[in-house]
Every structure is written in structure tokens, then in C-alpha cells.
Design a protein around this ligand. Structure first.
Ligand code: UGA
Length: 434
């Protein structure tokens, strides 16, 4: 029998995507959250994160009777129809805690709440990014001999989460009990992805290993871009030339204002902490974090140069506030990091972002958030592209140049076509570009 009865605890970005996608594969899924208002909205088909395809999946699968939303873990596990839940996914937040280590209080709280409710033979799956050893610790917390804990890290990217779930590069499942790992792997069998079955510690490690590798790759590219600027080489040609080597690959080689979001910064810091706790340094990862912090300052150097050497009292327009295109997520956004440095030097900022049309108090306070690119450009001494929204390419650049005080664009994502800007009488400054 393929279809399983699944409970997903935590209906945030990972939990909701996991629940809706597992339902679309034919499983019976109940998603729980402690936020009753969010559950009420989800029951009405309202998804409060920007994730293409997710609202449609939520509605379709509720209508088909494969997806339900309930308040609280207890409700998700103790089903009124008496049919036992077979697999419980833990998808609760593991934010950066004291000193960069992962804060596991939400995982611990759910484990304590559900330990007496789990049916015998049930498998608990940890989907959140958690330090190596958490599956074992969760098993000890549950203190149930008849229940297995499996690590099954997620590799979804925000903005393409549904696509990534349904077309994964791989599925990783780790458990010291082989049959439990196989049962979890079987949930995804329809996807036909390569599957790595391993022990729990190795599966937990894969997630950190992958995210830290991606962060190192980006810091390396950003450092190369800086060198290209100094040596007159073109980073686009350099990365293309590197990327044809199959061992390197073309993806994740675009320089920018630094990497951000809710995952790479948190996971790089956590792995450095984990290594320190094991008595080791991790200089490659630590240097990638330091390079990333420096990258924001380097972007400010470019902007300062573009306006003549002093930012005090200058109006700067920003295009993009989110941590990457295709999302409304502002967490650890490099764009906001650059904005904070600009404000510290006395610049006055107006910013436009298609995913963030209005100010978010406490988060975007450095920027006057406007709802049109023209308003960000008005009277600006420079306009700075900070997020790679494709629509910025096709803006009316002649009109934008017309409202600027000084026709200069600093493109920290190398997103725009410099020829189009030149024809509009705008000077263009990129990152590592000839
Ligand atoms: C990242 C990983 O890519 C996912 O595989 C992983 O599942 C996820 O973290 C997670 O741990 O949950 P995500 O945080 O959505 O996904 O963001 P990415 O697409 O990895 O982008 C991270 C940052 O790198 C962004 O600021 C982005 O703009 C930047 N970036 C990415 C570049 O500057 N250049 C690139 O070529 C690619």
C-alpha cells in the first residue's frame, strides 16, 4: 500500500510545503500548527507566504480530502476516525540560538507533547535542520521503544519549494533502524529520485554539509569577482569557463551582495559551533562567513565611489529588499544589510521590492519603502540593484534616468543589460564585470 497517514507538526514554510506535496503524491496528511489564526486561513486556502504553486496545491488537496489543517500536535495525532497515524513529520523552527548554535526548544517541546500520543510502530521524522545527534536525543526524549526517529533533511529553496519537492536531486533518509528508514523513503517512491539510506547522524550531517558547501561556493565567487574588478577580468566569463567543468557545474556561481536568507547564515554558524564543541576549527566555513560580511561592505564602497566619495545626506534608491528574488522573505537579507551600512554613513534610502510592497516595522526601518521603482529612483544620486528580480531588466530605463539626480546604477547582481542602460544615458557599475 502506497498511501500513508501522515501528520506534519509545524505548518511554516517547510511543513506546509511538505504536507501539501506529500498529499499531492496521494498520502493522507494532517498539518498542525499552534497558530490558530494561520490554521483558519489555511482551511480557507489562504497561504501567507509567497511560494509559487503552493496555494493551488493546498486548495486542490483539501478539496480532494487528502489534506487537513488542525490546531496543535495533539489534534493531528489523535484522529477522530481512530485510524492511527503512521508517520509524524517534525517541521518546527530551529532558529540560530546563543553563539550561533541551533535552538532546539521547539523540537523538544513537540517531542514532550506527543510522546504519549504516538501509536505503536509509528515513525517520527525530523525534517528541520538540526545538529548531528538530534535524532538520538529526540528518541531519548520520546522514551518509546516501539517508535523510531528518522532524519530526512529537506533541500527546498524558497521561491521554488514546490518544484524542488516534486523534482528532488536526491532524497536522504537516516535511521539506525533500517526498516523505519525504508518506510520513510517509500513515501517518496513516486518521485523516482536517487535515495541515500544511511544512519541518522550522517543524514543530519548531509544538510549542513550541503548548505555550507553552497555558502563556500558563493563566498569564493564573490571573492573572485572582487579580484576580477581589480585585475580587469570579467567574472561572468570566468564562472562560465569554470562551470563547464562537470566537477564544478554552472549553478550557484553568481556574485552578489552576499548570501543571506533563513538557512545559509544559520547553518554555516551552526556548523562552526558544532565543530567548536567537538574541539575543532572549521576555517573554510569561518572564512566564508567573514568573506560574506565583507561583501556587504564592498558593495557600499562601490556605491560611495559611484556618488563621488561621500554618502552623507545623499539620496540612494534601492531595487530589491528581499534576500533573493521570487520570495517575500526579508530574513537576513543582504539587501537590508547593505541598507544598514548606507544609513550608518548618512545616506537616505528609498526602496522598492515586488515581493515587499509595504514597510515591515522593525525590519525595513532603514528604508522608506515605496510601491513603484520610479519612486525609488526619484532624485537619487544612485540607484542600487540588490535583489535579482527579473522584472527589473525590463523597466523603462530612459524614464528612470529622467527622474534621477545622477544617472548611475550600481548593479550588485549583474542583472541588467549595461548596453540598455548606456543607451538610456545611465552609467552602470557591476560586480567583477569588465
Ligand atoms: C538554501 C539551499 O539552497 C536549499 O537547498 C536549502 O534547502 C535551504 O537553504 C534550507 O536550508 O532550507 P534558500 O535559503 O531558499 O535555500 O536560498 P538559496 O537559493 O540557496 O540562496 C541563498 C542566498 O544566496 C540568497 O541570498 C541568494 O541571493 C544568494 N545566491 C544564490 C547568490 O548570491 N548567487 C547565486 O548564484 C545563488
Amino acid at each position: 500500500m502506497f498511501a500513508r497517514r501522515i501528520a506534519v507538526i509545524g505548518s511554516g514554510y517547510v511543513g506546509l510545503t511538505t504536507g501539501a506535496c506529500l498529499a499531492s503524491l496521494g498520502h493522507r496528511v494532517v498539518c498542525a500548527d499552534i497558530d490558530a489564526a494561520k490554521i483558519a486561513r489555511l482551511r480557507r486556502g489562504e497561504v501567507d507566504i509567497l511560494e509559487p504553486g503552493l496555494p493551488e496545491l493546498v486548495v486542490e488537496n483539501q478539496v480532494a480530502g487528502r489534506l487537513e489543517f488542525v490546531v496543535g500536535a495533539r489534534e493531528a495525532i489523535s484522529r477522530p476516525d481512530g485510524q492511527p497515524v503512521e508517520v509524524v513529520f517534525l517541521c518546527v523552527p530551529t532558529p540560530m540560538g546563543e553563539g550561533g548554535a541551533a535552538d532546539l526548544r521547539a523540537v523538544q517541546a513537540v517531542a514532550a507533547e506527543i510522546r504519549h500520543l504516538l501509536p505503536s510502530g509509528c515513525v517520527v521524522v525530523n525534517k528541520s535542520t538540526v545538529p548531528v545527534g538530534t535524532a538520538d536525543a529526540t528518541l531519548r526524549l520520546l522514551n518509546r521503544r516501539d517508535v523510531a526517529v528518522v532524519s530526512n533533511p529537506e533541500f527546498l529553496r524558497e521561491g521554488t519549494a514546490v518544484h524542488d519537492f516534486l523534482h528532488p536531486d536526491r532524497i536522504v533518509v537516516g535511521c539506525d533502524a533500517q526498516d523505519a528508514a525504508e518506510r520513510v523513503a517509500a513515501l517518496y517512491s513516486k518521485l523516482g529520485a536517487p535515495t541515500v539510506l544511511t544512519d541518522a547522524a550522517s543524514a543530519e550531517m548531509v544538510k549542513y554539509a550541503a548548505n555550507c558547501f553552497l555558502a563556500m561556493k558563493l563566498s569564493y565567487v564573490n571573492a573572485l569577482a572582487e579580484l576580477c574588478d581589480l585585475l580587469g577580468a570579467d567574472v561572468g566569463d570566468v564562472t562560465e569557463g569554470m562551470g563547464y567543468d562537470k566537477r564544478i557545474g554552472q549553478s550557484f556561481l553568481k556574485p552578489g551582495p552576499g548570501w543571506g536568507g533563513s538557512c545559509l547564515p544559520k547553518d554555516t554558524n551552526a556548523l562552526v559551533q558544532v565543530a567548536a564543541a567537538a574541539g575543532r576549527e572549521l576555517p573554510l566555513v569561518s572564512a566564508s562567513i567573514a568573506t560574506n560580511e565583507r561583501q556587504r561592505a564592498l558593495m557600499v564602497d562601490k556605491i560611495r565611489d559611484a556618488v563621488g566619495g561621500d554618502l552623507a545626506g545623499r539620496r540612494i534608491g534601492l531595487l530589491g529588499l528581499t534576500f533573493k528574488a521570487g520570495t517575500d522573505d526579508l530574513r537576513d537579507s543582504p539587501a537590508l544589510g547593505v541598507a544598514a551600512l548606507l544609513v550608518a554613513e548618512g545616506a537616505e534610502l528609498s526602496g522598492y521590492d515586488p515581493g515587499c510592497p509595504a514597510a515591515v516595522p522593525g525590519v525595513t526601518d532603514d528604508v522608506r519603502v515605496v510601491d513603484e521603482p520610479m519612486l525609488a529612483a526619484k532624485d537619487a544620486a544612485a540607484l542600487v540593484v540588490l535583489t535579482e528580480w527579473p522584472e527589473f531588466r525590463s523597466l523603462d530605463w530612459s524614464a528612470i534616468g529622467g527622474v534621477m539626480d545622477n544617472r548611475t546604477v550600481v548593479d550588485t547582481r549583474n542583472l541588467l543589460d549595461p548596453d540598455i542602460l548606456r543607451r538610456a544615458g545611465i552609467s552602470w557599475v557591476g560586480v567583477g564585470r569588465r
